[in-house]
Design a protein around this ligand. Structure first.
Ligand code: ZN
Length: 264
């Protein structure tokens, strides 16, 4: 059994923002932000009657080897208390508008857990999440524009994450993410996406940090229907299996500038 925690930001789906999640924002900006968040709710529910992460969860529950715990940012301790993190083999992470709401302390706990062996599967806009940036040491910045037709190419067909995935598959609409993508050179670039506008993007990449494995996968914009796509579901499922710990090193606690900034 692989203990999978599905961490989901959830804000745009319920249209609720809490002031403490966006510290330092002016009243006027907060009001605009709230209006934006509320404006997304109907469209997300039209595309995903079960919710974005609810749809992915339903697909992953068909895999009997996964034991899934869905959580979100509105739960106590941002949905990821220590006892849950300590009992997670693979952490799947979808975040977007509240990246900065996650305290550094929690982000560094995730980094350390990965270094000890936990798998980490950041999805879509989690390229700007704190755990992603702190693990990889780069900004995660990329080019961006609204939805476009997308062809996802399997660039490394021999990789277990690509098992059973054709040479390419197509998504009628997905938010365009393009190069340059500010990431360290991946261990493997398994998927590359081409958009009708001509852009290219390394959309499925792996790295290791300490004893842990990381798989980033791009499709999953909240108003595009791609978590219904069987290839996308299969890739995320296989990404979880690949990232599941093979070796645990619970005593791996090496202070460094990434994990213990206060000890510098
Ligand atoms: Zn998006």
């Amino acid at each position: 059994m692989i203990r999978v925690t599905l961490w989901y930001e959830y804000a745009q789906e319920i249209g609720e923002l809490r002031r403490e999640m966006v510290p330092g924002i002016s009243d006027g900006d907060f009001q605009h932000f709230e209006e934006f968040v509320r404006s997304r709710v109907e469209k997300i529910h039209r595309v995903y009657p079960l919710g974005l992460m609810g749809t992915l969860e339903e697909a992953l529950r068909k895999d009997p080897e996964l034991e899934i715990t869905p959580v979100n940012i509105y739960m106590p301790e941002y949905g990821l208390p220590d006892d849950l993190l300590e009992n997670t083999d693979v952490l799947v992470w979808w975040s977007h508008i509240l990246q900065d709401a996650i305290p550094d302390e929690l982000a560094y706990k995730i980094v350390q857990r990965v270094q000890k062996g936990m798998g980490f599967v950041p999805l879509h806009s989690a390229h700007k999440s704190k755990p992603f940036m702190y693990l990889l040491g780069t900004s995660g910045c990329l080019q961006w524009r609204e939805d476009d037709f997308c062809r996802v190419w399997t660039a490394t067909p021999s990789h277990p994450i690509a098992a059973g995935i054709p040479q390419y598959f197509e998504l009628e609409e997905e938010e365009m993410y393009g190069e340059p993508f500010d990431i360290p050179k991946p261990d493997d670039t398994i998927f590359m996406s081409w958009y009708r506008g001509g852009e290219l993007f390394r959309s499925g990449c792996t790295w290791t940090r300490g004893y842990g494995r990381i798989f980033y996968f791009q499709p999953g914009h909240e108003t595009s229907p791609n978590y219904h796509n069987p290839y996308v579901q299969k890739i995320i499922d296989q990404g979880i299996h690949w990232a599941a710990p093979t070796v645990w090193r619970p005593d791996f606690d090496c202070p460094n500038s990434l994990t213990k900034p206060e000890e510098k």
